[in-house]
Design a protein. Structure first.
Length: 325
């Protein structure tokens, strides 16, 4: 058995931050007197919904592509995703004079296919029921010499995602708790590395959809637990398992994993629209919904919340906001 390579550290997160400077936005940290009054805590919202292409995923994708050897970068990259990772890889590749091929399901929303093409990527579609996207992406990688950029289980992706929390601690200082949306764990593990270095007593929690609590189960069992694709409006967290690289970091450093139901995500979306005038997608609300639910334990304390993205279909968004509260 080959030895497991050492996990990424804060040094890689800091190096990623240097690479991203001038390319990614340093997103604002917003406050809300209403949120503070409701929870009794001081909340700091790191607004990755205002990141380039609308989500933190630009950070990891850019860092991973920037680290490729020049010849590999020129040859191009491939990713499979129907969500934010697709647009992140497409945009980052264009920024870095590389070229992206994105494997997306043929029945993905037309707006998402168009947005990915608009960022300059070639889109290869596949039939969900007949083909495996991993196999197609791997075949494209082999045939065309493309580098595969995974959505979360990759050290350079983890390091890039950690730069959002790094900026938050850099700006606010020590925090008592930090709530982070959790899918495959790239954002959470990067945030954990940042917290360990910048605010060692900060309790960091992943927050995942109640319908897809594989992260919580994995922490309980001490091994990666795989579940069926969960039914939730948090489409960026419909992952079935944590990664081989993310799980050990989450296991070592996370205080816990909380779960929230979809109705709490809708409440949070409405709060951000009505009170803070910002659009946050359902997955982007996971950390906030977790913080709102747990705030009773953090009275008078400083709580960080990562709002991870703001890409949402406007018709669905309107229907969520207008449904009876
Ligand atoms: C991908 C994504 C997540 C989950 O990130 P992981 O690194 O897979 O845990 C959360 N929020 C948004 C908006 C995303 O696009």
């Amino acid at each position: 058995m080959s030895p497991v390579p050492p996990l990424p550290t804060i040094d890689e997160v800091r190096a990623a931050a240097a690479r991203l400077r001038g390319h990614a936005h340093r997103t604002p940290v917003l406050r809300s007197a209403t949120a503070d009054a409701r929870t009794g805590a001081s909340l700091f919202f790191k607004c990755e919904n205002l990141q380039r292409m609308g989500a933190f995923k630009f950070r990891g994708a850019f860092n991973a592509i920037a680290k490729l050897a020049p010849a590999q970068r020129r040859a191009g990259v491939v990713a499979f995703s129907s969500g934010n990772h697709a647009q992140a890889v497409a945009l980052a590749a264009r920024q870095l004079d590389s070229h992206a091929v994105i494997v997306m399901p043929a029945d993905a929303p037309a707006a998402k296919l168009a947005a990915t093409r608009d960022y300059g990527a070639d889109v290869v579609t596949y039939e969900r029921r007949r083909e495996s996207r991993e196999a197609i992406a791997q075949r494209l990688a082999d045939e065309r010499g493309l580098a595969l950029i995974p959505p979360f289980d990759h050290d350079d992706v983890i390091a890039g995602q950690g730069t959002a929390a790094l900026e938050l601690f850099d700006e606010i200082g020590q925090l008592d708790a930090l709530f982070v949306p959790l899918g495959g764990g790239g954002l959470l593990s990067g945030s954990l590395l940042a917290a360990e270095a910048m605010s060692p007593r900060c309790a960091v929690f992943g927050v995942e959809p109640a319908a897809g609590d594989d992260g919580r189960q994995s922490l309980q069992r001490g091994e990666i637990v795989t579940i069926d694709i969960p039914d939730t409006i948090a489409d960026g967290a419909m992952t079935t398992h944590l990664g081989e690289r993310t799980f050990p970091i989450v296991r070592r450093l996370a205080r816990g994993v909380a779960t929230v139901h979809d109705d709490a995500l809708v409440d949070a979306m409405r709060f951000f629209a009505e009170r803070m005038k910002i659009v946050v997608e359902p997955t982007g609300c996971l950390g906030a919904a977790g913080a709102f639910a747990e705030a009773g334990r953090w009275q008078g304390r400083k709580i960080g919340v990562i709002l991870s993205g703001g890409n949402v279909d406007l018709a669905r968004y309107a229907s969520w906001l207008s449904a009876a509260a």
